[in-house]
Design a protein around this ligand. Structure first.
Ligand SMILES: [Zn+2]
Length: 93
């Protein structure tokens, strides 16, 4: 497989990392997502399910995150990657 073919399988996306605080014990809860959307406001409008080690579980709105940052992210869109391609991607890191 040519390198160009592999590159076409990759797409620029965004990794969103959010840091929340457990409403019961105050422990730090983190969440990482990869989305096509780089707009922080859109991610903030959704709620996410958490389970804390103190026993609390529930949904937290993205807006309530202590910190939220987005990073340009590239990953393969393939759901199945051959062993040969895995080696290729590993070499790029
Ligand atoms: Zn907790």
């Amino acid at each position: 497989m040519r390198n160009e073919d592999i590159m076409q399988e990759c797409a620029e996306q965004f990794a969103h990392v959010m840091l929340f605080q457990c409403p019961t014990c105050g422990f730090a809860l983190s969440l990482a997502l990869v989305r096509d959307e780089g707009n922080i406001e859109q991610i903030d409008g959704s709620s996410y399910a958490f389970r804390c080690s103190c026993g609390w579980s529930g949904d937290l709105l993205g807006l309530s995150a202590k910190r939220h940052w987005a990073e340009p992210w590239r990953r393969s869109r393939r759901t199945h990657i051959s062993a040969e391609q895995k080696t290729y991607f590993a070499d790029q890191i």
